[in-house]
Design a protein around this ligand. Structure first.
Ligand code: SPV
Ligand code: MN
Length: 625
């Protein structure tokens, strides 16, 4: 204890020391002292929630070259290393204590060996740099949902991103004093070359679930470094499992129904499958786009956005498809662009922005010219496919007024969606909560994207879109979800959506804007205002309701031909999917709840009976008959 205080007194200026001591939390002091002793920064800056401290971080990011000021007020650009452009799933591991039971599916390393490895990489890693100590709160402050967090990082870019993405927490720490639980994150970008992490081969993200600490080193990409994002989600899933609530990879948005009614939806989609743009559909209101906590409060399922900003994929954001984000990105406000193309005019450019891109500029590969190839001979795109923007939801015109409500918002519906070219219809409601969890969430498959390292377009199982972040055995996670509706008076309806269905020629069957109609139909269902048609797997919309919604909201004439092509129930594809997913549970998930297999058997029976009656591919018009 005394050693800790002495070390802090020696390494910190009087002002920084008193800021840290004012929090009166020995566990926090120890964590900071240990990080300083290990990584040996040249100086330490302790941030409060003040505007001055935020401005200091922003300026530091520009001064140290991790961000470049662009020509619009508040806009900066950050580049990650060429091979550091996405989450590194292979090098993200749980530090597994001998007593733990993570199961085979989770990537882990024996704890003492892993701690030693990551600490040896962190040793002296901050030499010559200033380290920043920051405090945030996951979820609204002063709420049942709040989790205070401390982030230690030598990257002002990471710190800057977090000040945009998370609610300030210095005052929250002051309130919890010595007693409360909190999450801890230690990040070092390691040695830098041209302001990017140099030793990518030694990139590691190691997670200690017992101590609620995450170590991240030799990387800058946000998904590997912004502790409060996916690293905290992993800690939260474990904590939630012990405490009876849920931490999910979900947006939360308000769908605006007839007569000014607002119905809230929480939706889980794998990365780069339309999650952010669903949370931002024009005319609706956003609470959050990426991570939600769900709790039962007074017999109601309620949800908050864990974050207060968006670290979104910028590709294909243009004034037609995502007008709200596009407007924010092209207006003066605080935005960090990452891995976009900077043209001669010092403005950001990205794939799919709806304008011709400059033929040269600066991007994640350095000086770029159209046609430039990398060391493997691959053409380097103008901006990276996983290029991102980071901005605060407060800077969007469609922020929901209940965004910071300490009690969250009531959840009317849950939505699961993936990138599925040939099986699921565009929208379908499950018959009940358990079937929703099992047939929608626990059966989710999606084609891989640029958000993680590795090949794209490979159909992959992705339980509730949360598989990458699970920190408990898969079966237990499913059971927690099944149990979560217990004691809830009106459990949310559960829906699947699929924006990526294609015809035989590989052409998408839907336009980008159609998702508005699927969400508004779900809104009607939640409120008992639309009838549906039963399929073997759930309830689909009637043609008349969709035609009306398309006309009223998109001024589009929705034809019966479109309806039939989109909503034909593809029995062989659904059966094949059940087989694929069941095989995974049988072979890889030892603790799969029995009800999952029972439900699969039941649905298989329903599908086969339907095929006998109607044929392999059932037109939704036949279901009306
Ligand atoms: C995702 O990939 O799901 C994201 C961005 O939301 S990351 O921070 O990389 O997780
Ligand atoms: Mn995400």
């Amino acid at each position: 204890m005394n050693d800790v205080n002495e070390l802090l007194k020696e390494k910190l200026t009087a002002e920084n020391y008193s800021r840290l001591m004012a929090l009166g939390n020995a566990k926090l002091h120890e964590f900071v002292a240990d990080a300083i002793e290990l990584a040996e920064p040249a100086s330490v800056y302790v941030c409060t929630d003040s505007d001055e401290d935020r401005a200091y971080i922003r300026e530091l990011a520009i001064k140290n070259g991790e961000e470049i000021a662009l020509n619009s007020a508040g806009h900066t650009c950050h580049f990650d290393g060429y091979y550091d452009q996405a989450r590194d799933k292979a090098k993200t591991k749980y530090l597994e204590a001998s007593s733990s039971d993570l199961g085979e599916s989770l990537n882990s390393v024996e704890k003492s060996a892993g701690v030693e490895e990551v600490r040896s990489l962190l040793k002296d890693s901050m030499a010559g740099r200033e380290v920043l100590v920051l405090f945030f709160c996951l979820g609204p402050v002063d709420s049942e949902f709040s989790i205070p967090c401390v982030q230690i990082t030598d990257s002002p870019y990471v710190a800057h991103s977090e000040t945009i993405l998370y609610r300030p927490g210095y005052e929250q720490f002051r309130k919890i004093g010595a007693s409360g639980a909190f999450f801890r994150f230690l990040h070092s970008e390691g040695e830098l070359e041209n302001a990017v992490s140099k030793n990518i081969d030694n990139r590691r993200v190691y997670i200690d679930l017992e101590e609620n600490i995450v170590y991240s080193v030799n990387t800058q990409y946000g998904g590997n470094t912004i502790g409060l994002k996916k690293l905290a989600l992993r800690l939260a899933i474990n904590k939630a499992s012990g405490e009876g609530w849920l931490a999910e990879h979900m947006f939360v948005m308000g769908a605006h129904g007839p007569g000014g009614r607002v119905t809230y939806f929480a939706g889980a989609f794998p990365s780069a499958c339309g999650k952010t743009s669903t949370s931002m559909i024009p005319g609706q209101t956003i609470i959050g786009d990426d991570i939600a906590y769900l709790r039962k409060i007074n017999g109601q399922m309620r949800s908050v956005n864990v974050e207060k900003g968006i670290f979104g994929i910028i590709r294909d954001v243009n004034s037609t498809d995502d007008p709200v984000i596009y407007e924010a990105l092209t207006s003066p406000c605080e935005v960090i662009f990452s891995n976009v193309l900077i043209g001669k005019d010092n403005k950001p450019n990205w794939l799919g922005m709806g304008a011709e891109l400059p033929a040269e500029g600066i991007n994640h590969s350095g000086k770029w010219r159209k046609g430039k190839t990398d060391a493997d001979g691959n053409e380097i795109t103008a901006s990276h496919k996983n290029a991102r923007y980071c901005l605060s939801i407060e800077d969007l015109k469609n922020m929901d007024p209940l965004m910071d409500d300490p009690d969250g918002v009531p959840v009317g519906g849950i939505i699961y969606g993936g990138r599925d070219s040939d099986t699921w219809v565009p929208v379908e409601q499950a018959f009940n909560w358990a079937e929703g969890i099992i047939l929608k969430g626990a059966s989710l498959e999606s084609e891989t994207t640029a958000a993680t390292l590795g090949a794209e377009g490979v159909r992959t199982f992705n339980l509730m879109s949360n598989l990458d972040f699970l920190s408990i055995p898969l079966g237990r996670y499913i059971q927690n979800n099944l149990d979560f509706a217990e004691g809830v008076k009106n459990p949310p309806l559960v829906f699947s959506v699929n924006y990526f269905l294609k015809d035989e020629d590989g052409k998408y069957l839907n336009g980008m804007g159609d998702k508005l109609v699927w969400i508004l139909w779900a809104e009607l269902r939640v409120n008992g205002d639309a009838e549906g048609l039963d399929t073997p797997t759930g309830v689909i919309p009637k043609y008349e309701d969709l035609a009306r919604l398309f006309k009223e909201n998109l001024d589009a004439d929705y034809t019966r031909e479109d309806y039939v092509r989109q909503f034909t129930v593809r029995i062989p594809k659904n059966l094949a999917k059940l087989d694929r997913v069941e095989k995974i549970y049988k072979e890889k998930v030892a603790d799969t709840p029995a009800i999952l297999f029972e439900t699969f058997a039941e649905v298989r029976k329903r599908l086969k009976e339907a095929a006998e009656k109607y044929g392999d591919n059932i037109s939704p018009l036949d279901l009306t008959a």
